[in-house]
Design a protein around this ligand. Structure first.
Ligand SMILES: [Zn+2]
Length: 293
């Protein structure tokens, strides 16, 4: 039985998500290499402007600027003691921007720790996710999104922590490796990811980042055949190219939007964008769906 929040959202599927935050914050002056999550405390108005632009573009769910706000990642910026404050502020900012017009699902990204290297134990990684997930839930998030995972072991630790909150949990992995770009960096296939994450209790199964929408049509279909859960897809704005040391994405909002009917046909119920996508992409998706409907 799906969580009531997910059931309500699915009545209007496909549900439109937001686009990238990191690249939008960089456009507002976040230096490359700086901690984006800390901007929830030092630049809340800029973070809120990004969130509001997605709500105005038509996103029915927006995320939070908390992708790297677990204590292990924050420790690299000397900010581990700010974990709860940064996550709380992230939810409060998105809720202000949503103003009741969109749901707020809070973002949980990977720790950056390779579990197989043994620098952190699974218990340490799980408790890091637990601190983050509980702070996000206490601040009033409507759901939690575990995203950009490449190691199923880490995704499962995050999922276990996230599920203690009682909120609906979306679990997404990044498929951009292998000859056909259909595996995670650790070699996990969409079928393996969908089976493991569903068995561990994720409400929604997804894929995000790494590749453009053309790759994600096939990934989506394969996830869908391996699980009875709804599917969440957030492709990048095509493959990144490096031009003069800067990352550039080539796909236009219109070209991106044209993949949306194919993603719906492949079984996607939640559709948005990852790196390189902007509020213009979400507007183009909403426009296309309105005219198709
Ligand atoms: Zn991304």
């Amino acid at each position: 039985m799906l969580h009531v929040v997910i059931q309500e959202l699915l009545q209007k599927a496909p549900v439109i998500l937001d686009g990238a935050w990191g690249t939008q914050l960089q456009a507002r002056g976040l230096p490359v290499g700086a901690c984006p999550d800390e901007w929830n405390l030092s630049h809340p108005a800029d973070v809120e402007a990004v969130a509001r632009a997605y709500v105005e573009a038509g996103s029915q769910i927006i995320l939070t600027n908390t992708f790297g706000a677990n204590p292990i990642t924050l420790e690299r910026h000397g900010l581990a003691d700010k974990t709860v404050t940064i996550n709380r502020a992230g939810v409060e900012i998105s809720k202000r921007a949503a103003a009741g017009k969109a749901r707020v699902f809070a973002s949980i990204g990977p720790t950056g720790v390779m579990l197989m290297m043994g620098t952190k134990t699974p218990e340490e990684v799980r408790s890091a996710f637990l601190v983050q997930a509980q702070a996000l839930a206490e601040a009033g998030a409507d759901g939690l999104v575990i995203e950009t995972m490449s190691d199923p072991a880490e995704a499962l630790l995050a999922l276990e922590a996230a599920k203690t909150t009682g909120l609906p949990v979306v679990a997404c992995m990044t498929f951009d490796s292998g000859k056909n770009r259909d595996r995670t960096m650790m070699g996990t296939t969409p079928e393996q990811a969908a089976e493991q994450l569903s068995a561990a209790g994720a409400e929604v199964i997804g894929a995000n980042c790494g590749a453009g929408p053309e790759n994600y049509v096939t990934i989506c279909r394969r996830l869908k055949t391996a699980t009875d859960r709804p599917i969440w897809i957030k492709p990048n704005a095509g493959l990144p190219e490096i031009v003069d040391g800067r990352t550039v994405y080539r796909i236009t909002p219109q070209e991106f939007a044209e993949y949306v009917p194919k993603l719906v046909e492949a079984g996607a119920s939640f559709i948005g964008g990852c790196c390189g996508t902007t509020p213009e992409f979400i507007k183009a998706v909403c426009h296309l769906l309105a005219n198709a409907g």
